[in-house]
Design a protein around this ligand. Structure first.
Ligand code: MG
Ligand code: ZN
Length: 203
């Protein structure tokens, strides 16, 4: 199945932080059995997918460099999150998982480097755009930390949303208390942009 975006070129994406955005952030999440989705996230992701967005996770996983868990544990956590999402909303399918395993002060030499992908660096977003032919300017990023916002902005993502309590200072374009509220805001805004267009594209 192809969407109009695919026919004309680059796709729009929702670029999502993982811990604290999709699942509860209990600190260095490396055990799939301990994964817990945040409330309403599956339906929010399903709504984005139904609106034509690719769902792409971009996550710092320095637990790998720190020697807390291997890459296979991160991948097992991703499989678990995918299964939990699917169980709640069959449309909530993550199209790609990109993670940074590095940390400059890590214990494992191979990953103890200053990389270009650890947020707030923009590398994961740039890799996602290349691999999945994304139109970043027409995409949206959601994250619960300011480094998520900074990384997305540096990569050229058109809209950034920070998940944070009211009053938290942020360079993001919008702030919302959680992902479901953020997605409601974004999709409502998209609908109002659609309505305000003087001419609609022919089908
Ligand atoms: Mg986070
Ligand atoms: Zn990295």
């Amino acid at each position: 199945m192809s969407t109009p975006a695919e026919q004309t070129g680059r796709a729009r994406a929702a670029l999502l932080d993982r811990d604290g955005t999709i699942n509860r952030d209990t600190g260095y999440v490396g055990d799939p059995a301990a994964v817990e989705l945040l409330p309403g996230v599956a339906r929010a992701l399903g709504a984005l997918a139904r609106a034509g967005y690719r769902l792409i996770v971009v996550t710092n996983q320095s637990g790998i460099a720190r020697g807390l868990f291997p890459p296979a544990a991160v991948e097992a956590v991703h499989e678990r999150i995918a299964a939990l999402l699917r169980a709640e909303d069959p449309d909530a399918r993550i199209d790609a998982w990109l993670y940074c395993p590095h940390h400059p002060e890590g214990r494992i030499a191979r990953w103890a480097v200053r990389c270009r992908c650890r947020k707030p660096a923009p590398g994961l977003f740039e890799r996602a755009a290349e691999r999945h032919r994304l139109d970043l300017a027409r995409s949206v990023a959601f994250g619960d930390a300011e480094r998520d916002v900074e990384a997305a902005r540096r990569a050229g993502v058109g809209t950034t949303v920070r998940l944070a309590p009211d009053g938290t200072p942020s360079a993001a374009d919008h702030r919302a208390r959680d992902l479901p509220a953020a997605v409601r805001w974004w999709l409502a805004r998209e609908r109002s942009v659609e309505r305000s267009r003087p001419e609609r594209d022919a089908p």
